[in-house]
Design a protein around this ligand. Structure first.
Ligand code: HEM
Length: 143
């Protein structure tokens, strides 16, 4: 539950940063902090559960929606940071607002689906279950 609580916290932080979008001195550090925390969550999940390898295997439709939301969130983070830096330098970026709204949609989608996915739906590794595969009787094992 700890990670989900942290994820709720990040969404609240993003909503705060969005509400302060007219104040770059608040908006920018808040959004960058949300990005750093989100990347830490992804790194932790990958390190502890090999999320990418599991995601490549067979998954439920709900998990596919969750993955799509997560990948689009990551891509849009990069779009927002890039276009945000340009905006901060005075370059007119017409799409930062629209991509920002799409980002919000997918980040909230990621959060909602994370609560709907049953944890036992994850695939298990045989080795984690203590299963050992031995050659049939009569077949010599290589030295
Ligand atoms: C990651 C999620 C982010 C979202 C959802 C978001 C969303 C928005 C929105 C909706 C606006 C108002 C745009 C407009 O009305 O034209 C805005 C403004 C702005 N954003 Fe972002 N943004 C994000 C990240 C960033 C980042 C990382 C930076 C900088 C590195 C940044 C820099 C700016 C700047 C400079 C403005 C203009 C503020 C002003 O003077 O009115 N944003 N943002």
């Amino acid at each position: 539950m700890g990670l989900k609580a942290l994820s709720v916290g990040v969404v609240l932080l993003i909503l705060y940063g969005y509400a302060r979008r007219r104040e770059p001195r608040v908006h920018i550090p808040v959004m960058l902090s949300a990005f750093v925390i989100d990347m830490s969550i992804v790194a932790y999940i990958e390190g502890s559960r090999e999320a990418v390898r599991q995601a490549m295997g067979p998954t439920s439709p709900l998990m596919k929606v969750h993955l799509a939301c997560s990948i689009l969130t990551l891509a849009l983070y990069l779009v927002q940071i890039g276009s945000g830096i340009l905006k901060a330098r005075g370059v007119a970026v017409p799409f930062h607002r629209q991509t920002g709204l799409a980002f919000l949609l997918f980040r909230v989608g990621n959060l909602v689906t994370s609560f709907l996915i049953p944890t036992h739906n994850l695939s298990y590794r045989l080795v984690d279950l203590g299963v050992t595969i031995r050659p049939p009787r009569g077949i010599e094992q290589a030295p």
